[in-house]
Design a protein around this ligand. Structure first.
Ligand SMILES: [Mg+2]
Length: 184
């Protein structure tokens, strides 16, 4: 009798507004006067177009205390359920977090997840690929990482609340699903 083929499944979750919400905001200042102009939530930042006179303060996004106070939402339940499956022996499942936050947040996110009972997502699988300035092209940077994960897995499932990230991932054959506003 042949052993049933077990597929390696990678589940990749965006962080902000996909599995948690936080109080982090991007603060926008005028380059010349230094005046504060406005603040953007992560959701608002997804559709924000940076103007030439804008200087961004993204320090909220690396603040450990703000990350540790994150509130689980939306696809959090999915993450918890998968984590339980791994705990129960489904070792063909690998969990990832893929966020445009800066690399320094990797450990903060890890500590937050552990404090909430997520015990089977390794530190190295928290990929924080931001530059800390909000200047990278997030969809194409996320796709680069997803392609790397794709090489090591049979199926990659990706959840993100930003449609641009989802479309970019789908264009390279990733099973990408938009985390909608109304899904709690
Ligand atoms: Mg997001």
């Amino acid at each position: 009798m042949r052993a049933r083929q077990v597929l390696n499944l990678a589940y990749v979750f965006d962080f902000d507004d996909s599995i948690v919400t936080t109080d982090s905001k991007t603060h926008v200042y005028d380059k010349h006067s230094g005046d504060f102009l406005f603040s953007l939530t992560p959701k608002e930042f997804n559709s924000y177009q940076k103007k030439i006179n804008h200087v961004l303060d993204t320090s909220d996004f690396v603040a450990r205390d703000i990350i540790l106070r994150a509130k689980p939402i939306k696809k959090w339940k999915k993450l918890i359920n998968l984590d339980k499956k791994i705990a129960n022996g489904h070792d063909n499942i690998t969990l990832y977090i893929l966020t445009a936050r800066a690399p320094v947040t990797q450990k903060h996110i890890y500590d937050f997840l552990r404090s909430q009972g997520i015990l089977n997502l390794s530190l190295g699988n928290i990929i924080a690929m931001g530059d800390g300035k909000g200047e990278i092209d997030v969809p194409s940077e996320k796709v680069k990482v997803l392609k790397r994960i794709q090489k090591e897995s049979d199926i990659v499932v990706f959840y993100d609340d930003n449609e641009k990230n989802i479309k970019a991932a789908q264009s390279v054959g990733i099973d990408a699903m938009l985390v909608e506003e109304y899904i709690k």
